[in-house]
Structures are given as structure tokens and as C-alpha cells.
Design a protein around this ligand. Structure first.
Ligand SMILES: Cc1cc2nc3c(=O)[nH]c(=O)nc-3n(C[C@H](O)[C@H](O)[C@H](O)COP(=O)(O)OP(=O)(O)OC[C@H]3O[C@@H](n4cnc5c(N)ncnc54)[C@H](O)[C@@H]3O)c2cc1C
Length: 416
């Protein structure tokens, strides 16, 4: 693998940039591997990277139904933050945000990481109390959150001119989370893929897994794909909204629902928003991409579904909420919109766990799981390699549903 550096750039420039090696290779699918990872999204690729780098595993294949990075890893709004609510969640997200901070260097791949901070705009007293409580808990775990006055908020976010004293919901205050960041999601997927390919991990695109195969003793023996059966004693699922369709083939039912979440992107504007703005009372958050587009997210669809189309009412509610606070954006044209499948557990926390099927591991329930990719991958790799949960993910095992030991997380951006 050629390392990206100024010298390498200069060297390649002399040959008209014709000499760059491919980021990852397409190889022959082998009949057996030590470890199979299903899903080449953020979590699957990150797990493969940690397995290879931290645990010395090499005989690994990542099987992807479509194309690498075509799932939620490239469908999300790239908000990276650790302002969660629970003692069990915050340390995990603090670590993930820190790992994201140095990912460009670790992968030698420019993820265009921009630590620009996030401001929570508070418009009800209930939310003011909720965020204050969150701040006090976050304080215990080294996450950053500080209260902000309304004049300070308006200075920080000049286009935020709505929410005045006569508004339906006047702004009461704000909390600022300096560690929050955005980056380039494709680059994250491509960077991990390039790094694992260099360490000998195989990536097989267009290889959907149809079923998980079990032996007479009930343990995993491999998976069935249209390209044939692939054997392995350890199979890790990181397939986002499709988790339950696969676990059901192994006779396993998980407490997950699949729900669509949408995102909306405007035409490019002049730079006007250098911070992520989250408005939890109205159910909208937005940031401005490096290209100048407003990247806007809202609440999930109401019912469960595997459809990825955008519902008109979700679009209208999200955009109307944004215009309440940013009336100047009324003239802005929307360019793109899309949906993605989330799998959401009953307690809204992730599942990084071994299962009742020996050799089968799941990483699922990632509602806001983009920010969790580095730590989620690290914890899944630890679990697969050692058979024991990583301390940061210990609260996120499946056992919690048996023992009613839920991690009831209300720390999502725009929870309904
Ligand atoms: C609109 C939207 C906005 C979001 N915004 C944010 C945000 O701002 N911040 C945040 O932290 N999170 C956000 N998320 C959530 C985040 O994107 C996901 O939680 C996270 O990306 C999921 O993990 P992943 O990257 O591994 O999933 P994916 O990229 O979806 O990876 C799963 C992969 O598995 C593959 N697959 C599925 N079935 C099979 C099969 N049978 N065989 C083989 N492969 C299979 C899929 O093709 C896919 O490539 C958002 C999600 C959406 C949809």
C-alpha cells in the first residue's frame, strides 16, 4: 500500500498520477476463512481493521451484499458527538469520538474530519432540565458540554434569527458540545477498506448472505451466498437494518425493529453555519457541508418498515421545523433526499454481543451509529477475537434483555 504523503504525491505527479495502486482488490472467494464479517459498512470494516491490527487476525473475509459503503455509512448526516445520557453509554461514545479525531492519521487517509462543535437549542423547560442533567452526567465521564446564553447562541449562529420572545416556542437557552464533529463518510469507509486490504483482509462485494449455517451441535459453520457456501467458525453480523432478516435464518429472534430515517440536502450556499445545530424540541438538526450544502436530519418514520423512501410528512415536518428557527432559509432549494434502515432496540441502545448460537456475534441497534463506528468496530473485534466483551461494550450485551438490565438511552438527537 502506498502511503499518502507529500513526497508520494509529488512522485505520483511526475507520472501523471497513473501509478496509484487500487484502494482494495477483488479476489477469489475462498471456501473457508477463520472469521467472516457480514456487511461492509462502517462497523464491519472497522471490526475487520481492529481484528487485523490489534489481534493479528488475517484470514478474514468481509462479505457485502451490494457495494462497499453503500449502506448507512454513506447515508447518514455525519454528526459525531458524545452528549449521551447514561453512565453506561457516555464512556463508549467519548472513546469513539476520540478515535474518530485521530482516524485520518491511523488510517493514513484524509477523512476530512472537522471538529466544529454542536449546539443544542432549547425551547421548553423540560428540555432545559433534560440537557442540564445530561451535562452533569457527562461531566463525570469527561465529555464536554457547557451552558450558553441566548445572546451567545445568536452570536455563534448568525442565521438563527427565529425563536424570539414572540415565537410559538421561544429559545430559552442552549448547551454547547465542543467535541462534536463532522467528517466525510465515504472517506471513512474507503479508508478502512484500503487499510484492511493492505493487511490481507479480503473484501467481497456483491456477495449477499442468504442464510447462516449451523452444524449438528448448533454452532455456526458458515454462511450461504449465491456464490456458494463459505465456511467459518466465527461469523460477525454488522448489517445494520437487516440484522433480524439474517439472525432469523439461524433461529434467533432479536429485540430489534427496523425503521427508516431520512436526510435532506440543500443546494450549496455561501459558508454561513460553522457549527452543528440541533433543535430537539422541534425535531430537526443541521450542519453545513464543506461543499456548502445544508445537511438536514429529523425524526425517524413512525412505523417499522424496510422501505427507504422519504415520507412527505416527514420532509414537511423537518423542513418546517428548520424554517421556524432559520426563516432566511425559506428561499433555499432542496437538492437531494434519501432514507436508510436503522435497527433500533427496545431501549434505544446498541447490541454488541455474542449470541445463543456459538460462533455467531452481532453488532446492531445502531440508531445513531455513525459516531460509534471506531469504538463499535474496536469492541466487536475484541469480542470476536477474545470471546469476552470489551469493557466499554459490556453493558450492551443481549443478556440485558433477559435480566431487564436495560440501558434506556434518551441521548439520541431527535427521538420521537
Ligand atoms: C438518514 C440517516 C442519518 C443518520 N445520521 C447519523 C448521524 O448524524 N450520526 C450518527 O452517529 N449516525 C447517524 N445515522 C446512523 C448511522 O448511519 C448508522 O447507525 C450506522 O452507519 C450503521 O452502521 P454501518 O455503517 O455498519 O451500517 P451500513 O453502512 O448500513 O452497513 C451494513 C452493510 O451490510 C450490508 N448487508 C445487509 N444485508 C446483508 C447481507 N444479507 N449480506 C451481506 N451484506 C449485507 C449492507 O449492504 C450494508 O452495506 C444516520 C442514519 C441515517 C439512515
Amino acid at each position: 500500500m502506498a502511503r499518502f504523503s507529500f513526497l508520494e504525491l509529488a512522485r505520483q505527479a511526475l507520472s501523471g498520477h497513473q501509478g496509484w495502486p487500487r484502494h482494495w482488490r477483488s479476489r477469489e472467494l475462498q471456501p473457508r476463512y477463520d472469521i467472516l464479517i457480514i456487511g461492509a459498512g462502517g462497523h464491519g470494516l472497522a471490526a475487520a481493521w481492529h481484528l487485523a491490527r490489534d489481534h493479528g487476525a488475517r484470514n478474514i473475509a468481509v462479505l457485502e451484499a451490494g457495494w462497499l459503503g453503500g449502506g448507512n455509512v454513506a447515508r447518514n448526516t455525519v454528526t459525531i458527538r458524545s452528549n449521551y445520557m447514561r453512565d453506561d453509554s457516555i464512556p463508549f461514545y467519548v472513546r469513539s469520538v476520540a478515535l474518530f479525531d485521530r482516524l485520518t492519521r491511523d488510517l493514513n487517509y484524509n477523512t476530512m474530519h472537522s471538529r466544529r462543535g454542536m449546539v443544542d437549542v432549547l425551547q421548553t423547560w423540560g428540555m432545559v432540565r433534560d440537557r442540564r442533567r445530561r451535562r452533569l452526567t457527562m461531566d463525570l465521564h469527561g465529555a464536554t458540554y457547557r451552558p450558553m446564553s441566548v445572546p451567545e447562541l445568536r452570536r455563534m449562529v448568525p442565521p438563527l434569527t427565529g425563536g424570539g420572545p414572540d415565537a410559538r416556542l421561544p429559545i430559552l437557552g442552549a448547551e454547547f458540545h465542543p467535541d462534536a464533529a463532522v467528517n466525510r463518510h465515504d472517506a471513512v469507509a474507503w479508508g478502512y477498506a484500503r487499510a484492511i486490504d493492505a493487511m490481507g483482509v479480503e473484501i467481497h462485494q456483491n456477495t449477499p448472505v442468504r442464510a447462516i449455517l449451523r452444524g449438528a451441535d448448533g454452532a455456526v459453520t458458515g454462511v450461504d451466498t449465491p456464490r456458494g457456501v463459505v465456511r467459518a467458525d466465527k461469523v460477525a453480523l454488522a448489517v445494520s437494518g437487516h440484522t433480524t432478516t439474517l439472525t432469523e435464518t439461524a433461529g434467533l429472534r432479536l429485540p430489534l425493529r427496523t425503521i427508516n430515517l431520512s436526510a435532506f440536502v440543500s443546494e450549496p450556499l455561501q459558508p454561513c453555519l460553522d457549527v452543528i445545530v440541533n433543535c430537539p424540541d422541534l425535531g430537526v438538526y443541521l450542519s453545513q457541508s464543506d461543499k456548502g450544502e445544508l445537511v438536514i436530519g429529523g425524526a425517524t418514520d413512525l412505523g417499522q418498515s424496510f422501505r427507504r423512501d422519504v415520507k412527505q410528512h416527514v420532509f414537511e415536518e423537518t423542513v418546517a421545523a428548520m424554517l421556524d428557527l432559520f426563516p432566511a432559509f425559506r428561499q433555499v432549494k432542496m437538492l437531494r433526499q434519501w432514507g436508510g434502515h436503522l435497527d433500533i432496540a427496545h431501549d434505544a441502545s446498541p447490541i454488541v454481543s455474542a449470541t445463543d448460537v456459538p460462533g455467531l456475534f452481532v453488532s446492531a441497534g445502531w440508531w445513531g451509529g455513525y459516531k460509534a463506528i471506531p469504538a463499535g468496530g474496536m469492541c466487536l473485534a475484541h469480542l470476536v477475537a477474545t470471546g469476552t466483551p470489551h469493557p466499554l461494550a459490556a453493558p450492551f450485551g443481549l443478556g440485558r434483555f433477559r435480566h431487564l438490565d436495560y440501558v434506556l438511552e434518551a441521548g439520541t438527537t431527535t427521538a420521537r
